[in-house]
Design a protein around this ligand. Structure first.
Ligand SMILES: [Zn+2]
Length: 253
């Protein structure tokens, strides 16, 4: 009899878990329209911030400004799904990286300005000097520091492309406060090759395109010496395979 009661309890807990974890998977119709309204409002000013290269520095105050209380409440709820334990240490100086140039399909393109904590930038530059010496090539910073507010914007921006499903979107974009791009102790860099290979599906590329680069093979052999580690190798449990995403976390020794 005791066994039966235990099984029953496990079943109830299982059902509750499924209900609880499904609760926020798909947005309600009301939330969907709130999201659409919010994205439309952001569309009026975020592109200008992307253009003047200050989008990765956007604050929550700026993101909430001009939104009605319902939209603000919706943003609060998304931020509470997995509250972040710590904020990016604002005392850390950020290095502005402007004027990086790639050659995509024979056309010269300047990448958006990026930001990295100074010590990460220095380690990256040292690593690139070594790569250049070995391969005659280097990698550029496609994405560096992103504020938690910009991460929230990015997360919601991609949500309609993932059927307004939180769990689907989370496979591709980290929740605000949980991206290594906004983590002072594990700052991530997304790399792009001089020829414009970054594995981005927007450019009809896959992770395998980046994986095939000689620069990637070089990173796998050498990055650790400079304090960089591959965060999401093939078959990881957190997210999809991201050969371009390396975090700076030098060992303490
Ligand atoms: Zn990344």
């Amino acid at each position: 009899m005791k066994k039966f009661a235990l099984l029953f309890l496990i079943l109830i807990l299982g059902v509750l878990f499924v209900i609880f974890s499904r609760k926020w998977d798909k947005l309600s119709e009301k939330d969907q329209s709130t999201l659409d309204r919010t994205l439309a409002h952001w569309e009026t000013w975020v592109p200008a911030r992307k253009k003047d290269s200050t989008a990765p520095l956007i604050t929550f105050e700026e993101l909430y400004k001009g939104l009605d209380s319902e939209a603000q409440g919706f943003l609060d709820r998304v931020r509470k799904i997995k509250p972040s334990k710590k904020d990016f240490d604002k005392s850390i100086p950020l290095k502005r990286i402007a004027g990086q140039k790639i050659l995509r399909h024979g056309q010269s393109e300047t990448l958006d300005t990026q930001y990295l904590p100074s010590k990460v930038y220095e380690a990256y530059e040292q690593m690139m000097a070594a790569m250049k010496q070995d391969l005659g090539k280097r990698l550029w910073v496609d994405s560096g520091y992103r504020s938690p507010a910009y991460q929230l914007y990015t997360f919601l921006y991609y949500m309609p492309k993932h059927h307004d499903s939180l769990s689907e979107t989370r496979k591709w974009v980290a929740l605000p406060g949980h991206s290594e791009h906004g983590d002072s102790n594990r700052q991530a860099i997304d790399f792009i090759s001089e020829g414009g290979i970054n594995g981005d599906s927007d450019f009809e590329q896959t992770a395998e395109d980046f994986e095939r680069l000689r620069e990637y093979k070089w990173l796998k052999q050498n990055a650790q010496k400079f304090g960089f580690k591959l965060s999401f190798p093939r078959g990881n449990w957190t997210t999809t395979f991201e050969p371009w995403h390396w975090r700076y976390s030098p060992s303490k020794s």
